[in-house]
Design a protein around this ligand. Sequence first.
Ligand code: MLT
Length: 266
Amino acid sequence: MRVDWKGQLVQIRELGQGPAVVLVHGYPLDGAMWSGVARTLSGRFRVLKPDLPGRGENPAPPDGTIDGYADFLQAILAEVPPPAGLAGFSMGGYVSLALMKRGTAGVRALALVDTRAGADDEAGRAARETAIATVRSGGAAAIADGMIPRLLAPASAQNASLVERLRRIIVRQKPETIESDLTAMRDRPDSTAFLPRIGVPSIVLAGDQDVITPPAEGQAMAAAIPGARFAAIPASGHLTPMERPGSVAAALGDFFAAALLPNAAQ
Ligand code: MLT
């Protein structure tokens, strides 16, 4: 599918047929982080895995705000028939919450994956400044060196092919895009008060060894969203969709089927 975005036609990678499910990637990544999950989900859904502005298929310069990324997501959702599902991983979860605050734009099911509703605290904001200095001096490779051990559970970090795929995704990102992500996350608003107003079926997933957005954060989010369920992804750090694509696809597939497919077994 192609979306008109700031005067350019942006290609959105998609696979499968059925109700649309949009998978939103995290930092400092692109839509490829969802590939394993997308392949499985595509048996039942039309899966879209866009690159947020400034990377991959979407060269439009990003504006350093979560709302700017949500604008792009909104442009995609305007082109797909409802009902649609939305899954946001980490920074993609921040973007998904920003979009949901505007009204659901056809979104009838929401999955929040290894993410949080709160804003950065003072230490978090300082860490963003440090990362901005790192990407300015050392580029994407320096960010990869720092992020990979934090993204993966210790056992996953021993998986050479996973680490190699992950590094390849990070090092292809432009330094200015990484800086935009960092600025956007640093300045994002607190969405905690919005959670009780989410009016669509929701699920929250988190890796049981996630050190970036620990499972307790996910449990608290699920408790605050009416009717939401929390599921831990076993043997995984933060990057559940790449570390445990089978478990994530199973959880998302059952959830989106119940919400979006009229004849699915409930
Ligand atoms: C992400 O995985 O998107 C980021 O690490 C989230 C964050 O740093 O807040």
